[in-house]
Design a protein around this ligand. Structure first.
Ligand SMILES: [Zn+2]
Length: 99
């Protein structure tokens, strides 16, 4: 049987000095100028190496269609926007207090 060697705190800290996470290396897109991962397609415009790979607009349209279909199945009107409350009026608020 061998006795395990003691790992000193300094040795552990030296080993853990490589555990930190770096920020991802990003490149700028040639077409739209947004950041994307290296050797990956640009998520914003769908190009890779100045060449169109994916039709992003078609993808967004398809996603929207799916969203509308889901909302219809749930019985929600997809075109209805959230009703915003009318801005507070000082006179109306004071009238409520008097009553
Ligand atoms: Zn792009």
């Amino acid at each position: 049987m061998s006795s395990r060697m003691r790992i000193t705190s300094g040795k552990a800290r030296t080993r853990r000095s490589h555990h930190g996470i770096d920020a991802p290396r990003l490149s700028t897109c040639v077409k739209c100028g947004s950041f994307h991962l290296r050797h990956r397609m640009c998520d914003t415009c769908g190009t890779y190496k100045d060449r169109q790979v994916i039709d992003i607009n078609a993808k967004i349209e398809k996603k929207n269609e799916r969203r509308v279909a889901k909302m219809k199945s749930l019985g929600i009107d997809p075109n209805a926007k959230d009703k915003k409350e009318a801005p507070l009026d000082v006179k109306k608020l004071s009238e409520k207090k008097k009553k």
